[in-house]
Each structure stands twice: as C-alpha cells, then as structure tokens.
Design a protein around this ligand. Structure first.
Ligand code: MG
Length: 385
C-alpha cells in the first residue's frame, strides 16, 4: 500500500459564526464560510480524510513539506511519516505548523481505520465506548440576550444542565468586549452560574488569557471558593514559572498547557516544573493523535489526568483510548446557536450527545465521520493536488 495522491477540496457552507478582532468566535450574520477537505489516496484506492482550514492546506505547504514525505510511502507507517514531517518544521520558516501536521496525521489514521474496517479509537487501544461531555460556552459578548451579563450565563447554564450536560465550562469576557478583561465581572458570572446549577455540579473556568499573576491569583481564589473543578489558562502560557507560582498558591487544580508550542515535550516540562495539576493536550494543538496520546500516557505515568482540548473526531478517538481524560469538550455553545444539527457537509454529527450527557464512540471505520461528498461537490470553489 503506497500513498499516490494528496488532494484538497475547498468548499463553502452557510455559517452564523464570526470572529472578533482577537480571534474569538461569536454568533453573527449568516455568511458563506470556507472549509477544506484533505484526501490521502493510495494507489490501490484506499482513502483517508480530514477537514481543515484551506490556509493550513495551501498548495505551497503541501508541495514543499508534505508530498516529499508522504508520496510513495506506506500510509501505515504513521510514526515514521509524522517524524519526517515534524523535522521539516524547523526549516520551513514557520510555514509548516502543528495544525497542518495534525490534519495530515488525522487523515493517515482515518485511512488506516477505513482500510482495516476498524474505528480509530479501537486502533489506538479501545478503552471505553462512550465519554461524558462538558458544555463549553463561547466567550462573553455584548449581544442582547446572548452572553452579555452574569444573568445571561446563569440562564444559559440552566438550559445546558436541562439539555443533559453533566458539566459546564465558562469562557468569560475577553477584549474587544468593552469592559473586558475584568476579574470582578468574571467572578460575578462564575457566582451566578454556581447559584443556578447548584453546589455539586462540576464547573470549570477558562478566562482571559492575559491576566497578570496577581489578577490570576485573585480570580483563582474566587472560583476556588465557589467550588469550581479546574482553572484554565488565566495567563499567557509562555511563562512556566508564572504557572508554577500560581499552582503553588491555589488548591483548585490548574489545567494546562493548551496553546504552548512544543507538542508533548512542553507538556513533560510543565509536569516536571509543577506548573499544572491536570495536563492539557488537543490533536490540533500538538500535531495530531500521536503526540496527544504521548501526552496523555505521560500524564498517566504521573497519576495525572490529561483533559483533551476541543471537540472533533480526532479528540474523541483519543478519549476512547485513554482512561485519564474525564470529559469531551463539546462546543463552543451559545444561546443563539444550535449545536445539535450537523453542518451541511456531514450526514451526522461527530459528537451526538444523549440526554445523560454521553457521547458514544463512533462504530464506523476510521475517524467515523459521515462526509456528505455530494454537498461538497456542489459547493466546491477550488481543488488542488
Ligand atoms: Mg481553553
């Protein structure tokens, strides 16, 4: 089995999600959003797929760094191919990102699963056939009836609890919201949500990522008193020392790192430094399923949990294969948006949630996505290979 073709299809679909000037997503007017679909095809016709941004899969990146490593090679040699791609990163002038690495690696896993007739989470070493979700809110906004006030958060938390979510994570207000960042407002929202869902319901906080040490400590002490379960990324993650300082002074578990570069190697350093109590990794942040599994296994070796960042079929597959990630991150959720209808380029949701708050592991081979190829063909804007 040899990889013969690498193809990217770019298409549009209607979306009501827009980004603010800091890159955070919010509800907005309907518009045509662009999406890319990477296909890896072998000479005997086996296929593997992964969705990704067209920018991450642009022709110059594929031509310079991906095709030279993959074409003509056995797609089952994922570890060798991953290292071959990862080594290109140093000399790529920043053009080959962990995100691109992840999209290609996920397509390799999908291809292997489809070729063998096995779901990826089973290939990784099946551990459980369902995982509980937490409802992960969008960042706060200034939309009337949206997530503009502590009361809005409280009302939305009640709705999510009624929907069946067994845990909720708040993303509070961040710039360019006019009054953000604000420790006082964050604490008001956290208190209002605690009041709404009751004392025993698991809650987590992911606040502004650029607080100072003293602000981060004040907020951490506040949500500790409110019985929150974890505290996520209140400061930029490039100072491991600052996180160690924070961890040393809080009882509430500090979770991280989420965005810090360096794949599983950085996660090892955070454990060693005592800069987190719960480890964090997600397939799109660390370069794929392989390095995420390495991070999770590393955490397990130290009797630590490793909570998986973000949703999607790759992260779900990892959760199906590890015992030490408690929840699947489902979202980002907002009262104006529907998260229980699949996008038009999928026949079914990747993460359907039952009324008890569990996501079942997919039974279909590969990553289990039911791709609506006809829709993609009808809304194609460009193709390259
Ligand atoms: Mg986060």
């Amino acid at each position: 089995m040899r990889i013969a073709e690498i193809q990217v299809r770019v298409f549009t679909y209607p979306s009501r999600v827009v980004r603010d000037t800091d890159g955070h997503t919010h509800p907005g007017p309907e518009h045509a959003a662009r999406q890319g679909l990477l296909t890896l095809r072998t000479e005997d016709g086996a296929d593997g797929y992964c969705f990704g941004s067209p920018e991450a899969l642009r022709p110059a990146v594929l031509d310079a760094f991906i095709k030279p490593v993959l074409v003509g090679q056995d797609p089952m040699d994922r570890e060798r191919l991953w290292h071959g791609m990862a080594r290109w990163q140093r000399g790529s002038g920043g053009n080959l990102t962990d995100r691109t690495l992840a999209i290609v690696e996920l397509a390799l896993w999908d291809l292997a699963g489809r070729a063998l007739g096995v779901p990826v989470w089973k290939l990784l070493g099946g551990c459980r056939d369902r995982v509980p979700a937490y409802g992960s809110t969008m960042c706060g906004d200034e939309l009337e009836g949206g997530l503009a006030t502590p009361e809005d958060y409280a009302r939305f938390a009640e709705q999510l609890k009624t929907r069946g979510y067994p845990a909720i994570k708040l993303h509070t207000w961040m710039p360019p919201v006019s009054f953000a960042p604000s420790v006082a407002m964050d604490l008001k929202a956290c208190a209002a949500v605690r009041e709404a869902v009751g004392p025993d319901f698991p809650l987590m906080l992911d606040a502004n990522h650029w607080y100072s040490r003293t602000e981060a400590l004040e907020l951490g002490r506040g949500i500790q008193q409110l019985g929150y379960y974890w505290y996520e990324e209140p400061m930029d993650e490039h100072s491991t020392s600052a996180y160690r300082w924070l961890c040393d002074q809080l009882e509430i578990p500090v979770l991280g790192p989420e965005m810090a570069e360096g794949k599983h190697h950085t996660r090892a350093e955070w454990i060693r430094a005592g800069a987190c109590d719960i480890l964090r990794a997600g397939v799109m942040d660390v370069g794929g399923i392989g390095p995420t599994l390495k991070a999770a296994h590393l955490a397990e070796s130290f009797y630590m949990d490793c909570e998986i960042h973000g949703g999607g079929p790759g992260n779900l597959a990892v959760l199906g294969a590890i015992p030490n990630g408690r929840w699947y991150e489902r979202g980002l959720l907002h009262p104006f948006l529907d998260h229980d209808t699949p996008p038009p380029y999928l026949h079914r949701l990747n993460d359907p949630m039952d009324s008890d708050g569990f996501i079942p592991m997919p039974t279909a081979p590969g990553l289990g996505e039911k791709i609506h190829f006809e829709y993609i063909q009808e809304h194609l804007t460009s193709t390259w290979s």
